[in-house]
Every structure is written in C-alpha cells, then in structure tokens.
Design a protein around this ligand. Sequence first.
Ligand SMILES: NC(=O)c1ccc[n+]([C@@H]2O[C@H](COP(=O)([O-])OP(=O)(O)OC[C@H]3O[C@@H](n4cnc5c(N)ncnc54)[C@H](O)[C@@H]3O)[C@@H](O)[C@H]2O)c1
Length: 272
Amino acid sequence: MLAAPGASLHCSRGAGRGSAAREAEAVAIMRFSNKTCIVTGGGSGIGRATCLQMAAEGGRIVVADLRQAAAQATVDQITAAGGQAIAVETDVGNSAQVQAAIAKAVAAYGSLDVIVNDAAMMTFAPIVDIAEADFFHVITTNLGSVFFFAKYGAPHMPPGSAIVNISSVHAHATTTNVVPYAASKGAIEAFTRGFSLEMEARKIRVNSVAPGAVDTPMLWDNPNVKSGVEKVEGAIGKPEDLAEAICFIASDDARFVNGTTLVVDGGRLDIL
Ligand SMILES: NC(=O)c1ccc[n+]([C@@H]2O[C@H](COP(=O)([O-])OP(=O)(O)OC[C@H]3O[C@@H](n4cnc5c(N)ncnc54)[C@H](O)[C@@H]3O)[C@@H](O)[C@H]2O)c1
C-alpha cells in the first residue's frame, strides 16, 4: 500500500492491521529500490495496484497505458506520496510505441529491471462470427505485447531482472465467446515457459501470474459476468491481492521461481 502523502514510503507488512504488536514486528520492505519497473495497463485495476505497491517499495515506475490520463492519475498518486514515476502513453500492441516506451524508461531512469505485461483486452463473440481483425487485435494486444516487451526490453535488462506476464484462469478453463482472449492467455503461459529458458543464461527470470476474478472494470464490463454465464460470486479478489503476488514474483524473494505460472484466484479455478 502506498504511504500517505508526506509519510515515509517504507512499506511494512504489519502496517494498517491495527495491531501494536504487529507494528513493532514490522520490517521495512523495499524490494524495488533502485529498480526501474515498467507496468503496462498501469492506469487501472491490477496494473495500477502493482504500480502503487512497487513505488511504495522504492521502485521507479513507468506507467505505460493506452489512456494517458489514466496513466497520469497513477503517476500523480505515486508522486503525491513521494515516489518516482512517469506516464508513457503506449498502445502495447504497437511495436514502435513499445520500443519508444522502453527508450523513455531507460532515458528517464538509466535502467530497466522489471517488466509487468498487464495490459489486455477481450472480445465477446463466437469464433464463427468474430471479424478477423477483432481476433487479431486481441492476439496482438495480449500476446504481441508480451513478445514486443521481451524482444525490445530484455536487451536492456541486467542479471537479476524479472519479467511478469499477466495471464488469466481462462488459460486453464474458459467459456464461450471469449476464445481469442483465452487463447492469448494460454499462449502467454507457453511463451513464458520457453522464453524463460532463453533468458536463463542472462539470469533474467520470466514468469506468469494468472488471476481469477478481480474487482476491476475489466471484470464488470464482461457480458458473460453480467449475464451470469461466468459465475464469480464469492471468488472476487481485490487488485491489491494480485499486486502482492506480482510484486513477489518480480522481486528477489522469488529468485528460485522461473518459467512458471502462479495462479492467484482465491482457489476458485472451478468457477468457469
Ligand atoms: N479483472 C479480472 O477479473 C481479471 C481476471 C483474469 C485476468 N485479468 C488480467 O489482468 C490484467 C489487468 O486487468 P484489469 O482487470 O486490471 O483490467 P482494467 O480494465 O482495470 O485495466 C486494464 C488497463 O489496460 C489498459 N489497456 C488496454 N488496452 C491497452 C493497450 N492496447 N495498450 C496499453 N494499455 C492498454 C487500459 O487502458 C486499462 O488501464 C489483464 O491482463 C487481464 O487479462 C483480469
């Protein structure tokens, strides 16, 4: 959780739990000090919560989002609390824009240590009805972005860096009308496994996090959720629940975790 404006940015596991004993035991956690972290989709939901937590733990954050105002709002929250961040308007499905975002991150902060590929989109139509362009828009935005950030980001990353690709439980169990999304997420997990091998010698870890239902606009805008086809009752996480997992995987705490997918869904993969 980001510190209040003017307060110390040191993040403590005991903070906010209302227990003096826990406060006394609390250890300052600053896992992203001197690290530059690009978070795509950082203007909303899971991406924003991840930006805030990484900033609270000392990270220099590059908020890359299609919506500049949303990215800037995340930056404003971070800087108001004394953290460091810049907003970079980026369509993650556009190679030139991804390369420009990476160049801005390196120019601003001199390094690139963490990439969180969080931005994604969905369509809601059966495969036989969906326009070809819409299918490939999903694939390019969700999977192409992971490729672009890998291809152009990894060369800048020193040993000890980490890439976290945001998948979904839809990679494992899905429903009708969201097949392009499910396919893109399944491919992200396969990409993660293979790319982690290619990065082993460079000591760059590559993992995925697969959220279940999380309380964000993407969940509530989903017509399958609105209609009840996809049932999420009792299994809804907060963006901060995912940020915790993403920060763990991106940090040295997860130094022996590589090429895998962490499912973070409250134990409810069976809802689909
Ligand atoms: N919310 C859920 O229930 C849920 C479940 C499983 C997986 N996920 C995954 O979590 C990630 C984040 O989702 P969320 O729920 O926080 O969504 P969200 O809608 O709250 O935020 C998504 C952000 O991505 C940005 N974005 C969309 N297209 C983009 C593009 N082409 N370039 C750059 N930015 C773009 C949007 O502007 C938005 O700020 C996604 O990868 C999503 O697939 C979410």
